[in-house]
Design a protein around this ligand. Structure first.
Ligand code: SF4
Length: 342
């Protein structure tokens, strides 16, 4: 038995007394890749380039994906860190992660034409923060320190918001009135870890209120749910995504937590190392919400050349949500279409 188990571990198994190579396969997670907010943000830059011509300035990475940023850069987008780097009077797009009100203010001061590509699901969290701050609540924002989305949300109500970066930072919070405190969260966190943080918070603050609706967005939850389903069957999980993409990094963590024997994050298929596949029979593949599917197809192509040509897509949800482009851009597109027609 030990011998068979050992052979299985190396990708071989016995069948009717003969030793045969185990079937190598890929379990492909669905949903994966682009979410509605990322699709909208990328289209916003593409349409802005068509409408206003290059260059179009983009404050921060429009979405956290190296390939997307490089592709838009090649088309004429210029990525900057702050508004002061944008020449006065130019067009600037704000990224999907959202910005604090002071960023809009700086844009007005520099006479910039600002197009806000903040995901509407992030804007929803901003509205919640403003509403609870107006009612003088203490707001515990669960999220990762320094992440752009957290900086933007905290900027809506800096005097009311405290950051809670994981279960271990619960002890550091200071509350004025334990009956008037609510938690909100970054949209791209691990669902399970967030619930653990909330449980810890509730042991200290039994009257803690929850957000009116889930702040962790549908795309984050769906991608984590499907990877959890396939992970126990996988010798290795490969997630396509960039290291600064919160939801992509979480997918690797969730896969490992759910039983995958190994997990790796790659921007491109060429980063996959052959030793990751040694002895593996089942490889799980998924991608973060900012990743175009062409990169996943390249990963499948690469795996096929290593004997993993059999691909089974494992679906746990269908996503149909779409968002319309930012209002300021749609208005200019309409004007341009009307001018062309007349
Ligand atoms: S991951 Fe969620 S919150 Fe972030 S852009 Fe996509 S849909 Fe919006």
């Amino acid at each position: 038995m030990a011998d068979i188990a050992e052979r299985r571990g190396r990708g071989w198994c016995t069948y009717h007394g003969r030793v045969t190579e185990a079937r190598k396969r890929v379990l492909l997670a669905k949903p994966r890749g682009y979410c509605a907010g990322v699709d909208r943000a990328v289209q916003t830059v593409e349409e802005a380039l068509k409408l206003y011509g290059a260059p179009v300035y983009v404050r921060k990475q429009i979405v956290h994906n190296k390939h997307v940023v490089n592709t838009l850069e090649a088309s004429g987008a210029i990525f900057v860190e702050e508004n002061y780097e944008v020449p006065e009077g130019s067009t600037v797009v704000f990224s999907a992660h959202g910005v604090a009100p002071e960023v809009h203010e700086q844009a007005r001061e520099r006479n910039l034409k600002a197009i806000d590509a903040t995901c509407p699901l992030v804007t929803k969290v901003h509205h919640e923060a403003k509403r609870f701050a107006a009612e003088d609540y203490d707001i515990l924002l669960i999220g990762h320190e320094g992440h752009e989305e957290v900086v933007g949300t905290a900027g809506e109500a800096p005097r009311h918001i405290q950051l809670v970066d994981g279960p271990d930072s619960v002890d550091n919070i200071v509350i004025r009135d334990p009956s008037k405190v609510v938690w909100l969260s970054q949209t791209t966190l691990s669902v399970d870890e967030t619930m653990e943080t909330v449980a810890r918070l509730k042991t200290r603050l039994p009257l803690l209120q929850s957000p009116p609706s889930d702040d962790i967005c549908y795309a984050t939850s769906n991608r984590q749910h499907v990877i959890k389903e396939i992970a126990p069957e996988c010798d290795v999980v490969i997630v396509v995504g960039s290291t600064n993409s919160s939801n992509s990094v979480r997918l690797v963590e969730v896969a490992l937590g759910a039983g995958a024997r190994a997990g790796h994050l790659v921007d491109y298929a060429s980063e996959i190392q052959d030793e990751w596949l040694e002895g593996a029979t089942t490889v799980g593949v998924s991608s973060g919400a900012s990743v175009p599917d062409e990169l996943v197809m390249e990963v499948l192509g690469h795996l096929a050349t290593r004997g993993f040509g059999e691909v089974t897509e494992f679906t746990t949800a269908e996503e149909r949500l779409t968002f319309s482009l930012p209002q300021e851009l749609r208005r200019d597109m309409k004007k341009a279409a009307a001018a062309k027609a007349s």
